[in-house]
Design a protein around this ligand. Structure first.
Ligand SMILES: [Zn+2]
Length: 171
């Protein structure tokens, strides 16, 4: 019969120490990941910088869509000028010319997204639904070629303005 009254064998103590360190590192990693995730959420393009009235109306539209059984999500809201410029650059590359890119994207100085006064919505079903019900919810589609892009109905307006064919007139 063996009784360990005193110290544990050296090998066991070392192994335990390694597990304690590994555990501490794991806890730290989870904590850091949590902070990074929280920062990422705070910096998400959706709500930050969005006009509060637009945010309120979009939330009401989402609630109404849910009642109607239609999915409606925000795919893009406020964008920084740098984000918008990157989108312009990408569009020029994708469409092969600035001429064509201008139909789909505006420069930072005239983009309603940079001003926080536009939302892009999805999926297609939700965008189409909002196109039908936007006026009563105070949201108007702006461009005929962008079914997903909505801006605020102007105060006192009794209809959404006529659609622009595309964004090229805003350049
Ligand atoms: Zn848009």
């Amino acid at each position: 019969m063996t009784l360990y009254v005193g110290r544990l064998p050296e090998r066991v103590r070392r192994r335990r120490a390694r597990w304690v360190i590994a555990g501490a590192v794991a806890v730290l990693c989870v904590a850091v990941a949590g902070v990074v995730h929280a920062l990422g959420s705070a910096a998400a393009p959706a709500a930050h910088g969005l006009d509060p009235e637009l945010e309120r109306r979009f939330a009401a539209a989402q609630a109404a869509a849910e009642v109607a059984g239609v999915p409606l999500t925000l795919t893009s809201g406020w964008r920084s000028a740098a984000d918008q410029q990157a989108i312009v650059d990408d569009a020029v590359e994708r469409y092969g010319s600035l001429e064509e890119a201008r139909r789909w994207v505006l420069p930072p100085e005239s983009s309603a997204h940079v001003q926080g006064t536009a939302v892009d919505v999805g999926p297609t079903e939700g965008a189409l639904w909002l196109g039908e019900h936007g006026f009563e919810l105070g949201l108007c589609r702006t461009y005929a070629n962008e079914i997903w892009h909505f801006e605020l109905l102007a105060d006192g307006a009794d209809a959404c303005p006529e659609l622009h064919a595309d964004s090229s007139s805003g350049w």
